[in-house]
Each structure stands twice: as structure tokens, then as C-alpha cells.
Design a protein around this ligand. Structure first.
Ligand code: IVH
Length: 718
């Protein structure tokens, strides 16, 4: 096939898929794929139409699903032609695209502002009032012709049936089902043996198109109204005023709106709303940015599908679809085996993901995964990418992945723990366990040895300078050996340099087009990061040695809890380590401490006590503790309590926050509070970030105060 044939083939493949997906989504209320996957295919189709327009006939282009809304008005309802078409919105995925939208607005007016609001994930509705009475409610349909669903809309409580306004009025908005109502509905469905709705949007759509309005009444639909048709007939000049107008007539309008003057203000709304949207009780699928000055709408004009006066911004999807190429395990510092999938590399939120965690073997079985499967990958914030499920569910198990029973690093057998959920390499001499322990020892939350990243540790390990954790403190006596490390080992610098020159070329190209784009800013940041990486590599044997010595020296005065955590004792995380350190007080007491005496405390269970007792009974560990003491490093516990502000208060943290979870944990503990993993009646606060899930639901059900990051900071500073 030549290029043209290939492009045409791909083009029609995409078209067929989208038509199929559109039909399932709009007409059957049963989506076949996630929004992010739909958007990807849709955008690819649009791109092909733009780039290779000459490969297609005008008829072909005109009949594309990108040129119309692929919904049909159902024959079951009376069809109504919209007086003013109900359009869709153009989408932006980057700040650059918003900027382009703004620049286009600037072409028609120097006087502008933007009304920004959430994009509600429901279905749009047009409501017509005559003499203050609701006389008709119509769905969007294909934008030109919709379905008359007046009887059903009469059952929606927050849609006024009478308004104090006698002129004829058409308003538009979104009908939706709240998340709690959606969950309840699905629960009843399960009980009745019916199949569940995929998401609140489909449940709302399925409900509004019920023929029996009694059913609609039971399901508790809600609405947000956001638009007055022909605003000039009602003396409305600004989008913001139309909200006031609607509010005064008792329509339910969003209280998450904001007037923004420029791109910067829009960006800050976007950043802010990213967190807030996760604790709203309805689903949003982005935000809508509308020119506030309605007088320019006509002048800006429309395409067949969307106006140029508004745009929808979609948050970067944090899921993607790819293929599992292979399965492998990694071994952690405590010997625990983690299953991972090697993936056909895929882009998620701006970075390339080529492997993702599968947790343990049971997880693989539960998801029914095989090599070659098409799967969803999720990556949220700093969380490690994870395989979350199959794209196409399988009826039965076939070519399932076999359990790995041998440690790939030392060749010894792996053992199941008591629960049968985890597998462990129990070989204390396993090189990977040793290596992981060293890396953990130096990490930020343990001894925080600045400069000792994974690569440096591997290099020192390879040169026999680091084998066990006490070796770190012998490094100051081995400066000559460090200086003599073969420089070929730093070949990764070459890779960095190559990457750098590629980025520079890209930057130069971009600079010729536009001086100040977001993409350019990102590139510049990347370049300076790489430059400093190279600098660090170059001055390795001089500057870096200074850094190493300094961070080792600084670590000597750290509190005992860090050292206990840095030992990599099974089940001893940093929280438990702090508690133990507060009891043990000095390192010299550690080997002889009566750990059984801790069993009465909430923080400690029998498994933790056993693990501690086992650790101190082992000879290698005793040697390590004694070596520290002999080096004069008798670490002491230093309480870092700042206040009693959160005394006896238990927090649970969920979702993706702007800072690592450990940051919040630290503040809570420093102020006398506790952090717990799960929500229960005794939880005092739930701190929520983006993509919060079941914990949020549970907290809502238990009426536990739910606070955002900002509210947490306020609580702290009060
Ligand atoms: S304004 C002329 N505002 O998104 C522009 N639409 O993709 C009309 N939607 O058909 C739409 N929330 O169903 C607007 N705050 C909001 C919205 C919103 C959800 C829906 C609406 C529209 C679709 C466009």
C-alpha cells in the first residue's frame, strides 16, 4: 500500500469506530470506551482530515463524524426542531490551545473577560417558558432536532415549573445524576439483578429517556442551568449577568464560577478546580471558558458544531490503553516480590510509561490478565503507574500468567507469606535486597543522604565501596578510591548530551514560531535541568565528594526514628519507627530492648513485635548496630513535636495531592495528630485530593468532615 492508501485505511477505521462509539454513547446510553480513548481517536481523525485533506473527497469529509453530532432523536419521543441549534464545544487540552482561543477573541475585541465554570457531565436540555410556565423540555438530539421529554422534566425537582417572568424564555443547561444518587441506583439495580450503569452521565441519560415518568421521579435527577438563549431579548449583556438572571428566577446555577481577565487567571482556576472537583457530589469532565461579553458572539461566529466564543478545557486524562508485552517481578528491600507488566510504551500525562505495577499474583488473577492483552493503565500524580483492568472483558481464563516462584536476582525460591497474598525472597544475601536496602537507607524519608541516588549507589556498590549500610560512614576514609572510579561508568552523560541537543533543536524551531508558549517554557525547564545534571556529572570527583561528605556528616545528628526506619525491618514504616524510637530512646538500647512491652500500645501489633525481635536476633544486624556504636554514632530520639493542635485527632488522606502524602503525615504527627489508612467512625478528618475514591464515599456516608489541602493548611494555621 502507498501512503495515501494507508492514510485512507486508518481514516476509515477511525471513522467506523467513532460512529459505533457515538451510537452506543448517545443513542443507547451505554458507552463502549472511556472518554479519554474516545477523545484520542476523535483527535486523530481530526488531525488526519487537516493534514491529508487532499486524500479525501469533499463528500467524504462532509460526512465525517467530526462534522456533526452523532446522536439521533429517538422515535419514541416527539421530535422537536430547535429554534437555535444546540451546539457542542470545541475542546482544548493545553494552555496553548486556550491561548489560541483567546487570541482569536482578541481579533474582534480589545475589551474582553472570560466566564469560567465547570463542565457538567450530564446531558443538555433546553427549557422553554411561556407566561412564566414551563411548557417544553427538549434534549439536544443531533443539535438540530431533539426529543420532547417535558413529562419527564416535570419530575426533576430543581427545575422550576413556574417562574416569575412573563416574557417567553428559553434556557439551557445540563441534567445530571449526583454521585450518591448514582451509587444508590446501581445498588438497587444489582439487588434486582439488572446490569449497572457505567457512569452517572449514562444513568442520567437513561433516566431522562424513560417512557414512564414515575421512574424518573424516583431517581432524583438534578440540573444546572447555564445559558439564556437570545440574551439580548432579556437585556442581558454579560454571561455573568445571565447567571444572576437565572439565579433570581430560581434556576439551579453553578456556584463554582469565576470571572477571569486573562490566561493566567484561567490557569489558576484550572489548577484550583483540579483539586476541588474531586469532592463535588457530581461529575465534571473539564471546565468551560466563555467570553463574558455576549455582544461579540455573533461576530466570532460558529462552525457546524461549535461556537468560537466558548471552549471546553479537558484535564489531561490519567489513563491510557496499551498492551502487556511481558511480566516480570522486582524484589523490594524487605524481600517482597512485586509483579510488573512490561508495556508497549504509552504516553500518560506528559510522560512515557513502559512498565506498570500489577501488585501481587492474586491481582493478576483477579483481573484475568494474559500477555498480549489490551489493558488500561492509570498514573495519578506521583503514584506508580498501575494496570487497572482489561479493555475487553474475557469470558473465561486463557493463557493466564503463571506464578513466578524463583527470585530472578539470586535464583532462590520465593515463599508465600501466611495470607498467601505476598511472595518473599527470604535470602538475606540476595544482591537485590542488599541493593534496595542501601538505596532505602539513603532515601529522603530515611537518612536523607543528599547526592546518594540509585545510580551513585550502584556505582559505589559495583566498585566495592558500599556493601552494607554502615559502609556509608566509612566513605570519608575512601576518598582516593572514589576519585579513581572509572569514568566510563559515567557514560549516561553521553545520553544526556544527545537528549540535550535534540531538545535544543526543538526549542530553536519553536522560538521562531512563538516566543512565549507553555510548551517552550516546559522545554526550557527541561534543558536547564539536563544542563545541571551534566554539570553534576562533570565535577563528580570534586564537587560531588564534598556533597557526599556533607550529607553524611549531617545525617549523623538525625533522630533515631530515621535510623530505625532506614534499617529496612519488615513491617516497620516511618510512623511505627518514630513510635519505637520514642520508647527505645538511644541506639545502644536497641538490641536489648523489651519489644514485648510495646504490645499494649495502639500503634503496635504482635506481628510488628515479632518482626523486631527477629531482626535483633540476627547476627548480621547485631554487627550493624555495634558498628554504628563503634563509629561513635549512638543515634538518639529527638521529638519533633511542634504543637498539640491535632492532639488525639485522626486524619485519613486520600487522592492525589499537590505534595507527597508524607508531607501531610509529617505535619499531622508533628502537631500531635495521627494518620490512619482507613476511614472509620473514629476518623476526625478526611483530607481529599484529586481522584479520591472509596474513602471519600465512606467518609461522606459516615458524615466525617472532608477537607481540601487548603482547608487543612487553614486548620493548621488557626
Ligand atoms: S455551554 C454554546 N456550559 O457540554 C455552548 N456546556 O461539549 C453551549 N456542558 O452541549 C454549551 N457543562 O451539554 C456549556 N457549563 C457548561 C456545560 C456545558 C456541560 C455540555 C453541554 C454541551 C456540551 C459541549
Amino acid at each position: 500500500m502507498n501512503e495515501k492508501d494507508l492514510i485512507r485505511k486508518r481514516y476509515f477505521e477511525l471513522r467506523d469506530k467513532i460512529v459505533l462509539w457515538d451510537n452506543a454513547y448517545y443513542n443507547e446510553d451505554k458507552p463502549l470506551v472511556e472518554d479519554a480513548i474516545y477523545d484520542k481517536a476523535y483527535n486523530e481523525l481530526k488531525e488526519l482530515e487537516k493534514q491529508y485533506a487532499s486524500y479525501f473527497s469533499l463528500d467524504e469529509l462532509a460526512s465525517s463524524p467530526t462534522q456533526k453530532i452523532n446522536a439521533k432523536a429517538s422515535d419514541l419521543f416527539t421530535k422537536v426542531t430547535h429554534k437555535t441549534p444546540m451546539l457542542s464545544l470545541n475542546k482544548a487540552y493545553t494552555f496553548d490551545e486556550i491561548n489560541k482561543f483567546i487570541n482569536n477573541v482578541k481579533k474582534v475585541t480589545t475589551f474582553y473577560s472570560f466566564f469560567v465554570e465547570p463542565k457538567i457531565d450530564g446531558l443538555s436540555i433546553s427549557l422553554t417558558y411561556e407566561n412564566g410556565k414551563l411548557i417544553r423540555a427538549v434534549t439536544r438530539g443531533d443539535g438540530k432536532v431533539g426529543e420532547d421529554v417535558t413529562n419527564n422534566v416535570f419530575q426533576i425537582k430543581d427545575i422550576p415549573k413556574r417562574i416569575n417572568y412573563s416574557k417567553s424564555l428559553e434556557v439551557r443547561g445540563e441534567v445530571y445524576l449526583s454521585i450518591p444518587d448514582f451509587e444508590n441506583l446501581n445498588l438497587t439495580f444489582i439487588k434486582e439483578g439488572k446490569s449497572k450503569f457505567a457512569n452517572p452521565r449514562n444513568a442520567a441519560a437513561g433516566t431522562l429517556r424513560q417512557l414512564n415518568s414515575d421512574i424518573v421521579k424516583k431517581r432524583n435527577l438534578s440540573s444546572f442551568i447555564y445559558y439564556v438563549v437570545s440574551p439580548e431579548e432579556h437585556e442581558i449583556k454579560m454571561m455573568q449577568d445571565s447567571f444572576e438572571f437565572l439565579k433570581n428566577l430560581n434556576f439551579h446555577v453553578s456556584d463554582e464560577t469565576k470571572l477571569c481577565k486573562n490566561l493566567d487567571e484561567i490557569i489558576s482556576y484550572i489548577e484550583n478546580f483540579k483539586h476541588r472537583k474531586t469532592h463535588l457530589d457530581y461529575e465534571t469532565d473539564g471546565i468551560v471558558i466563555k467570553l463574558n461579553e455576549l455582544e461579540f458572539y455573533e461576530k466570532l461566529g460558529f462552525t457546524a458544531t461549535f461556537p468560537h466564543s466558548a471552549i471546553a478545557f479537558k484535564y489531561e486524562p490519567n489513563t491510557a490503553v496499551t498492551i502487556i508485552e511481558d511480566i516480570f517481578i522486582t524484589i523490594g528491600r524487605t524481600g517482597v516480590a512485586t509483579y510488573n507488566a512490561k508495556l508497549d510504551p504509552v504516553e500518560i500525562s506528559g510522560s512515557t510509561v513502559s512498565s506498570a505495577t500489577l501488585n501481587n499474583y492474586q491481582y493478576i488473577q483477579e483481573l484475568n490478565l494474559s500477555i498480549g492483552d489490551l489493558v488500561y493503565i492509570k498514573k495519578a500524580g506521583e503514584i506508580i503507574p498501575c494496570v487497572i483492568g482489561l479493555v475487553n472483558e474475557k469470558e473465561n481464563k486463557e493463557n493466564f500468567i503463571k506464578k513466578i516462584t524463583i527470585c530472578p536476582y539470586c535464583g532462590k525460591n520465593l515463599f508465600d507469606n501466611e495470607t498467601g497474598l505476598e511472595q518473599y525472597c527470604l535470602n538475606e544475601l540476595c544482591p537485590e535486597i542488599q541493593r534496595r536496602k542501601l538505596i532505602h537507607f539513603a532515601s529522603k524519608d530515611a537518612m536523607d543522604l543528599n547526592g546518594f541516588g540509585e545510580k551513585v549507589i550502584d556505582l559505589f556498590h559495583k566498585n566495592n565501596l558500599l556493601n552494607k549500610i554502615t559502609d556509608f560512614y566509612n566513605l570519608p576514609n575512601k576518598i582516593n578510591e572514589i576519585r579513581n572510579i572509572n569514568s566510563e561508568d559515567f557514560e549516561e552523560n553521553e545520553l544526556i548530551k544527545n537528549e540535550l541537543s535534540k531538545l535544543r533543536q526543538k526549542k530553536n524551531k519553536l522560538e521562531k514560531i512563538e516566543k512565549n508558549s507553555m510548551e517552550l517554557a516546559k522545554l526550557r525547564e527541561k534543558i536547564s535541568k539536563l544542563q545541571s545534571e551534566i554539570k553534576r556529572g562533570k565535577t563528580f570527583r570534586d564537587g560531588l565528594i564534598k556533597i557526599y561528605l556533607k550529607s553524611l556528616e549531617e545525617s549523623k545528628t538525625k533522630s533515631l526514628d530515621r535510623l530505625i526506619f532506614a534499617f529496612s525491618i519488615k513491617l516497620i514504616g516511618s510512623k511505627v519507627a518514630t513510635f519505637i524510637a520514642s520508647k527505645v530512646e538511644k541506639l545502644e538500647n536497641f538490641l536489648t530492648f523489651d519489644f514485648d512491652s510495646l504490645i499494649h500500645f495502639d500503634e503496635i501489633g504482635p506481628k510488628i513485635v515479632d518482626s523486631l525481635k527477629k531482626w535483633v536476633s540476627e547476627k548480621e544486624n547485631q554487627t550493624i548496630v555495634n558498628e554504628f556504636i563503634n563509629l561513635g554514632l549512638n543515634f538518639e530520639y529527638k521529638s519533633n513535636k511542634l504543637s498539640d493542635k491535632f492532639d488525639r485527632k485522626t486524619f485519613v488522606i486520600t487522592g492525589t495531592l499537590s505534595k507527597p502524602r508524607s508531607y501531610f503525615e509529617k505535619i499531622i504527627v508533628q502537631n500531635g495528630g495521627k494518620v490512619s489508612e482507613s476511614v472509620s467512625k473514629s476518623t476526625h478528618y478526611l483530607i481529599v485530593g484529586e481522584d479520591a475514591g472509596s474513602k471519600l464515599m465512606k467518609a461522606k456516608a459516615l458524615n466525617i468532615p472532608i477537607i481540601t489541602e487548603e482547608e487543612f493548611e487553614k486548620l493548621l494555621n488557626n
